[in-house]
Write a protein that binds this ligand. Sequence first.
Ligand SMILES: Cc1cc2nc3c(=O)[nH]c(=O)nc-3n(C[C@H](O)[C@H](O)[C@H](O)COP(=O)(O)OP(=O)(O)OC[C@H]3O[C@@H](n4cnc5c(N)ncnc54)[C@H](O)[C@@H]3O)c2cc1C
Length: 292
Amino acid sequence: MHTFEYLKPKSIDEAISLMESHGERARYIAGGTDILVKIKEKKVLPDFLISLRHIPEMAYIHYEEARGILRIGGMTTHRMLEKSSLIRRRYPILSDAVDNIGSVQIRNVATIGGNIVNAVPSADGAIPLITLGAQIRMRGPKGERAMELVDFFIGPGQTLLEHGEIVLEFVVPKLPSYTGMAYCKHTRRAAMELPILGVAVLLSLEDDGITCSEARIGLGVLAPTPMRALSAEKILKGEKVEDALLEKAGKVAAEECKARDSVRGEAWYRRAMVETLVKRLGKLCLERAKES
Ligand SMILES: Cc1cc2nc3c(=O)[nH]c(=O)nc-3n(C[C@H](O)[C@H](O)[C@H](O)COP(=O)(O)OP(=O)(O)OC[C@H]3O[C@@H](n4cnc5c(N)ncnc54)[C@H](O)[C@@H]3O)c2cc1C
């Protein structure tokens, strides 16, 4: 095993200044469930691992009631999200995702920030967050910045994060009152499995309980980065959400999803499952919107 020095800064500023001192020889570590595997496989060989686990202010789930904004700290573990009654009640799309990440042992240490920065096309945290329209906030040697999370991913394992930058938090903007949301990771087995595809749907309804005021569809694994099915979303907006319309949206999402063949699933199967899951999750969104 490659050896490295493990550093434990107590604040974000200290972590950034350690990173500036050690440059390319250093990497941040959060839960370690991705980076330690990469070190073992000799894909990265840092001399210094700068741990973010001892910075208390980085792990939180805050809901600003007055503005309807959700903030999730970069060091929030999947288990914290899974156990949060607020997330389960108001953002079930995130519960759907984290409930099925790895195992309890993994979820206890693995963080949402690590999941996003690792940026594999199958990242379960990414698909719900882009569907929620989340922003990502970062701080590094050059200061702080924010961007739409969907624009953060540029390829498999590649993001716009610059060396030394720390992901501070994810900010989910206010959602309309009648909103339903759901995520499904489609796998061969129920647990500890990489997905064949991931689909998330969010629908907001007018007061009549059937006309769609906002529609978002997030897709994962299919393209090199998590993506929104924008043409399929347009089909739903402003229309009455009935079975035939959901079916049409599913077909359009399947056409625009850029599905490819891989060892876990062929492109034709993935397209068929996108069609099925958009419709199925759309119906679940209607039920959840009515409960919300
Ligand atoms: C057995 C097993 C099962 C798994 N199952 C799933 C699954 O079902 N679904 C899924 O999506 N993933 C799964 N994973 C992958 C992994 O657990 C997740 O991606 C996890 O969220 C990574 O978080 P971490 O805190 O462990 O990241 P780490 O490994 O600590 O870090 C990953 C990368 O992110 C960087 N980083 C971490 N935090 C920050 C930050 N705040 N700011 C800047 N850079 C940062 C690190 O430098 C590193 O490059 C699994 C992994 C294992 C080992």
